[in-house]
Structures are given as C-alpha cells and as structure tokens.
Design a protein around this ligand. Structure first.
Ligand code: GTP
Ligand code: MG
Length: 397
C-alpha cells in the first residue's frame, strides 16, 4: 500500500535524524506500531497537563475575588450581621467590664471623684456624716445610704483604722454585697414559649430594651423570638418595634393604632404557640389613649396571656429610667403594688451620674435587677453583674 510505504519512509527518516537507524526502510514492524502509540500517549499527557494548569489558575483568581467563608470570618461575621441590621458596632469590641466602665463614667466621675476628695481631706468626726451625704447624693437612697455608712463605720472601728484604702474597699464590698442580693439572671429555658412582658411609664426605654434583648436572644443565642406590639397608643410605636424585630431577625405581631392591647397579646401568644417560638416579648404602652388605667391594662394583658399559656407571663419586667433617680423608685413602688413585677431593667445608666440608684432599687424593692442599659447600641443591654457594676463605680480612670 502506497500510504504504508510512505509512512515507513517517514519513520525511517525520523529515526535516521535521531541516529537510531540508517534513515532508510525497512523499519522493524514493532517500531512502526509503537510510534503512533507513543505519539498518542504524549498528546494525551500534554492535554491533561494543560487542563490542570488552567484549572488551578482559575481557582486562584476566584479565591482572590470571593469573600471569605463565614466560618473563617470569626468575629467579622457578627460585625457584618450587625451592620446589616443597621446597628453600629465598634471595631474592637470592648470587654464587659470596659463597657460597664464606659457606661458608668458619669456616675463614677461624680461618686468616686467626691469620695477621693472626702477621704483625702482627712476629716475627723464629720467623716461618717459626709460619707452618708455623698451616698445620698449618688442616688443610693436614704435607707441604703444609712445602712452602708453604718456597716463601713463598724468595719473601720473593728479594724481600728480609717485608712482611705480600707474605707474604699469596705464600701465597695458592702455595695457589691447589697447588689448581689438582687442578682438573678433570667432563665429563658424555663418555659416554651417563655413569655416576657415589658412594662413601665412612657419614654423609659421599653421598646429599645426589647429590641436589644430580641437581637441578643435571636442573633447571639439562636432563639426563635416573637415580639408583640401591645403598645397601640402611638402609631409609631408598632412601627418602631417592627424595625427592631427586623434587625433582630424576630417575628412581629401587631395591629393598627387604637387596637385592644390585650387582643394583640392574644394574637402574639397564639402565633408563638403555632410557630413554636422560644421567647415571646410583649411591648406595652407607657401611656394610654383610653380611660382605662395603665395598671388595669397591664393586668388585662396578663390575664389574657395566662389563659392561653398557664403560668404566663413568666416574667414581668419593669423598665426604669436611671436618669429619673429617686422618681424611678416611686414609680417602681406603684407598679409593684399593682402588678406582680418579677424583674427590673435599669436603662440610660450611661447618661446619668445617678447610677447609684441601682443599689437603691435592688435593695429597697426586693426585686432582682435583670439587665442594665448602658447605651443605645444593641450590645449595651447587659445582664446585671454586681461585681463589674461595683468595680466600675469605684475604679479610677
Ligand atoms: N443613652 C441611652 N438611651 C437609651 C437607653 N435605653 C433607651 N434609650 C433611649 O430612650 C429613648 C426612649 O426609648 P423607648 O424605647 O422608645 O422608650 P419607651 O419606654 O418604649 O417609650 P414609650 O413607647 O413612649 O412608652 C430612646 O431615644 C432610646 O434610644 C440606654 O440604655 N441608654
Ligand atoms: Mg415604646
């Protein structure tokens, strides 16, 4: 065959170039068959190599432009989630104590500064009266101020010393001991759904507290949260709660302005049961549009909720504005008389020098302080921790 003779001549020529044979046919048959096989093999290998290098180049390009996977992002993920929620988050998160210190800066300025002055002046007999006055000035409350003064005085007498360091330490320990009496964190696992009702006069920070709490429970603890807008007084109230719910990733139940608050509460607990929510938080009005007394309205909501879920509300949280000082104590007494308040939240501690009132509300009312609000950011609602609170009150900058 013509093409076979030509093929043999070509192979013979190539072999001749390589110096393997004389460059003329005949070429042994095995070599004739092996040459195309080797050529095919080389072609296959070079295609594979080219394909591999193209794939790795593409992968590099993708990894340079794509965002990091969530698992590798660590702390950034929380910041991203927060900024997505439209909530400001600081670049370097502060520790609990640092935030508490920053939140209580005004109180500490007024309290610790004056205490240093008092201890530095080396006063004689008037020392104890001055100390009591200072404590009253810090809104610790008359009764608690007197008790604190007596305990510290007894301790100093026992140790026969009035050293400023001893006095400071004794005072800090006595305050912490009193704060400890009213510490009891909420256990949201105690019921399912856990129904929490938030009450308080207008403007104290109920809705903001609910927003922060819903954010922490849903985003940080992965709980299924539902909020009910039982404040039907202002049209904007439900809207405000709706925005917080969206930020928090919580479900929202509400009706139009002027609707019956107890009706909204009924809808909220029904929805929570149907959707298997972990926590239901009910916002209430601080003021009413009807002639119904605020306390009566709160009682009605409690009754309705309790009919649907025995034992609910599992927590009735009274929100108090720390900037109102002793007035908050008066409010708290009125609420306590009318409804079964089971916990307190002290808000706006960051905006006042009256942080000492935490000591007064806790000890004088005998109701645990569950949370403190030390700013407007979501992370500024803190479970109440007597140690860091007392430390933040006394620590020098
Ligand atoms: N600085 C500071 N501001 C706070 C804190 N908590 C709440 N606020 C502010 O207090 C104002 C009132 O808060 P709301 O949550 O609307 O109060 P509310 O009790 O729901 O008020 P009504 O719905 O009118 O009864 C808002 O401007 C909040 O941002 C806090 O811990 N620190
Ligand atoms: Mg509100």
């Amino acid at each position: 065959m013509e093409w076979l003779a030509r093929y043999e001549e070509l192979i013979a020529y190539l072999l001749g170039l390589l110096g393997v044979a004389g460059g003329q046919p005949p070429v042994p048959a095995p070599i004739l068959y092996m040459v195309p096989l080797v050529a095919l093999l080389l072609l296959f290998l070079s295609i594979r190599l080219a394909a591999r290098s193209w794939a790795s180049r593409k992968k590099r390009a993708v990894s340079e432009t794509a965002p990091q996977p969530a698992a590798e992002r660590g702390g950034e993920a929380a910041a991203a989630a927060a900024s997505e929620a439209g909530v400001a988050v600081e670049a370097a998160p502060l520790s609990v104590l640092e935030r508490m210190r920053a939140g209580l800066a005004k109180t500490r300025g007024a309290f610790a500064g004056r205490l240093d002055e008092l201890l530095g002046s080396g006063r004689g007999e008037s020392l104890w009266e001055d100390l009591e006055e200072l404590l009253i000035g810090a809104d610790i409350g008359m009764k608690t101020a007197l008790e604190l003064r007596q305990s510290v005085q007894q301790r100093c007498d026992r140790e026969q010393s009035r050293e400023p360091a001893l006095l400071r330490r004794a005072l800090m320990e006595e305050i912490e001991a009193r704060l400890r009496c009213c510490q009891a964190p909420l256990d949201f696992g105690a019921a399912a759904p856990f129904v929490l009702m938030v009450i308080g006069v207008n403007g104290v920070g109920k809705t903001t507290t609910i927003g922060k709490l819903a954010w922490q429970l849903a985003r940080q603890e992965g709980k299924k949260v539902l909020v009910g807008a039982c404040d039907t007084f202002r049209a904007a109230a439900a809207e405000q709660l709706g925005v917080w719910a969206q930020r928090a990733g919580a479900e929202f139940v509400g009706q139009g302005p002027g609707a019956d608050p107890a009706g909204v509460a009924f809808d909220a607990v029904k929805a929570a049961l149907a959707r298997r929510s972990d926590v239901v938080i009910l916002d209430t009005a601080g003021r009413l549009h009807t002639k119904v007394n605020l306390m009566e309205e709160v009682k009605k909501i409690r009754r309705v909720v309790g009919r649907e879920i025995p034992g609910a509300p599992h927590e009735t949280l009274l929100v108090l504005d720390a900037t109102l000082g002793q007035n908050s104590l008066v409010q708290a007494r009125l609420f306590k008389e009318a409804v079964d308040v089971s916990g307190l939240v002290l808000t706006k501690l960051d905006g006042t020098a009256r942080g000492g009132m935490a000591v007064a509300v806790g000890t004088e009312l005998g109701i645990p302080v569950r949370y403190v609000g030390i700013g407007e950011k979501v992370e500024d609602l803190r479970p109440f921790d007597p140690h860091s609170f007392a430390q933040a009150l006394f620590e020098r900058p």
